[in-house]
Design a protein around this ligand. Structure first.
Ligand code: ATP
Ligand code: MG
Length: 310
């Protein structure tokens, strides 16, 4: 038995071209190990191959080549066990319009062979905030409510791993908070969480580890802290007491005047100390009314990594 939640080796997916379209290599040989118990972020630009990977994990898309092991079960050799270990909330809304939320959860539980006595449909509806809609037709639910139901469906068979493909795309603040609260709770109970998001502050806040894919290849995989540490670029924003006549100049710093009159000094914290920056500011005759520093965030790291490939 391995201690990994997911192990992906040499994963390839080529979508056949239809109607004269060329074939598309959506995944070009990806190796990735996701540890148990983590909140793992899968990031990448549009079309990178994130949903393709997730849909392969879910058994919704057939891989072209490679090996996928879910909770120690080879997806091809043990399809039932590997499927039972994972619950997926897809990116696309794909609900049957004629089912009620409660009905949809019961059908899903039936598909996974969950015995009636072990079903928790009402508990799940309450968790995702749909108790009052339990008997409404899915087609009458708002987009956000449909997303809640998709999360509920992913949970009916008590999976070890929960995969969320852009759970917060286009949802309001309340639902977003509800989702994150639920995800934290489930993770605290031991569930491994894998998610994609284009909101990088969310990934920065939620994920212990992050993989970045771009054009079908893995381009980075590290702890969130290490990824953030890769860029040691900092910015000091100085609000001067009087209008600035001369910008600070020194080795290792780049200063610019912002439209609002503030001076932004960029530097690398490994080479240049904040003291040196302040000294350069003072030598330029600037008296400081207010000052703050800004560190690189995940967005800067993401852009640096994905751009360096284009
Ligand atoms: N069924 C399909 N047939 C043909 N090509 C497809 C199919 N599904 C996806 N693709 C192509 O494969 C590539 C990867 O798509 P995928 O949906 O995995 O990207 P993604 O990383 O999830 O993007 P997004 O952030 O926009 O959700 C894209 O170029 C896409 O056009
Ligand atoms: Mg996608």
């Amino acid at each position: 038995m391995t201690e990994d939640a997911i192990r992906i080796e040499g994963l390839r997916k080529t979508y056949k071209g239809r109607k004269g379209q060329p074939a598309k290599d959506a995944l070009k040989g990806v190796d990735l190990v996701i540890p148990r118990g983590s909140v793992f972020g899968l990031l990448g630009p549009n079309g990178a191959g994130k949903s393709t990977m997730i849909n392969i994990l879910a058994g919704l898309v057939l891989k072209t080549a490679g090996k996928v092991t879910i909770w120690g079960f080879d997806q091809d050799a043990n399809p039932r066990q590997s499927r039972a270990a994972i619950g997926v909330m897809p990116q696309e809304l794909n609900l049957d319009p004629f089912f009620t939320p409660r009905g949809a959860l019961e059908v899903q539980a039936g598909l996974y062979g969950v015995p009636k006595a072990e079903r928790r449909s009402d508990q799940i509806l309450e968790m995702v905030g749909l108790s009052d809609k339990a008997h409404a037709y899915a087609r009458t639910l708002s987009g956000g409510m449909q997303r809640r139901l998709l999360l509920g469906k992913a949970l009916v068979h008590h999976p070890h791993i929960l995969v969320l493909d852009e759970p917060t795309a286009g949802v309001d603040i309340e639902l977003r908070q509800m989702l994150w609260e639920n995800i934290r709770k489930l993770n605290a109970q031991g569930m491994t969480i894998i998610l994609t998001t284009h909101y990088l502050e969310e990934a920065e806040e939620m994920c212990d580890e992050i993989a970045i894919i771009s054009e079908g290849s893995l381009v980075a995989r590290d702890t969130t802290a290490n990824l953030l540490g890769r860029l040691d670029s900092k910015a000091m924003v100085v609000h001067p007491a009087q209008p600035v006549v001369q910008l600070p100049q020194a080795e290792g710093i780049v200063a610019e005047l912002r439209e609002d009159g503030a001076v932004v000094v960029r530097y690398h914290s490994k080479q240049t100390s904040a003291d040196d920056v302040l000294a350069a500011v003072h030598s330029a005759g600037i008296s400081i009314r207010d000052v703050k520093t800004e560190e690189a965030d995940l967005e800067d790291v993401f852009l640096a990594i994905t751009k360096s490939r284009g």
